[in-house]
Design a protein around this ligand. Structure first.
Ligand code: DX5
Length: 223
């Protein structure tokens, strides 16, 4: 069966001085979701945005807002991001003391739940909670900054996550994020990824946003 691939531009490399136009452009170019990287300067060495900016994005797009919480103790802010308009909340296993309870809370609030794994974190860290998530995010760079190089050793991790999901007969999506380009996206797709986050490959593409999205879409059409 042909798997539906989801493209989720990350706005980190977008020109945020014209947020509305940027979102309009990615929508017109055929993006499926908008990926929002929330960073607190503690869990990752960068600070980006909070619920206020998520609320601003909510006002300029109807696309699903795929919010990745790269923050410590994310359970403190789930309701705030839900109220701001997030459609899904992804928490890092490394940032959660009580991951089972946090994922349960996200679904209780009525949002899609995701769990993220940093490159050094083994798949076994999440095998007990796979039935509680709608999405597993396999980070293909160390989180914190856009424009990094894809870590090829994460490809086998994608394959192992997909194998665990298949074994449990779960239709859970696998998202990849970090160094995703027209060259690396098909490699991740071949291992079982179906949601692709990209910032540099889209917002800094030589043919503009539409060229970047078209290049990613076409690279996946042959997988
Ligand atoms: C890292 C960020 C980036 C961003 C994508 O924490 O999550 O991965 O979304 O950036 P690019 O596509 O430029 O690697």
């Amino acid at each position: 069966m042909l798997r539906e691939y989801i493209l989720a531009p990350s706005i980190l490399m977008a020109d945020l001085t014209c947020l509305s136009e940027m979102i309009q452009e990615v929508e017109t170019a055929g993006a499926d979701w908008i990926h929002l990287d929330v960073m607190d300067g503690h869990f990752v060495p960068n600070i980006t945005m909070g619920p206020v900016l998520v609320k601003a994005f909510r006002q300029v797009t109807k696309l699903p807002l795929d919010v990745q919480l790269m923050i410590k103790k994310p359970e403190r802010y789930l309701q705030a991001f839900a109220d701001a308009g997030a459609d899904s909340l992804t928490v890092h296993v490394e940032a959660c003391t009580h991951l089972h309870s946090t994922l349960h809370m996200i679904r209780e609030i009525g949002l899609r739940a995701g769990v993220a794994l940093n490159p050094a974190t083994p798949v076994e860290a999440i095998t007990e909670i796979l039935s509680l998530v709608d999405l597993v995010l396999v980070m293909t760079v160390n989180p914190g900054f856009s424009g990094q190089t894809f870590i090829h050793s994460t490809l086998s991790k994608i394959r192992r996550v997909r194998a665990h999901l298949d074994e449990l007969d779960l239709r859970t999506r696998i998202e990849v994020d970090g160094g995703i380009t027209a060259q690396t996206a098909p490699l991740a797709a071949a291992e079982g990824a179906d949601v692709f986050v990209a910032s540099n490959a889209i917002f800094n593409h030589p043919d503009g946003i539409s060229g970047g999205i078209a290049a990613l879409r076409s690279s996946l059409s042959t997988t």
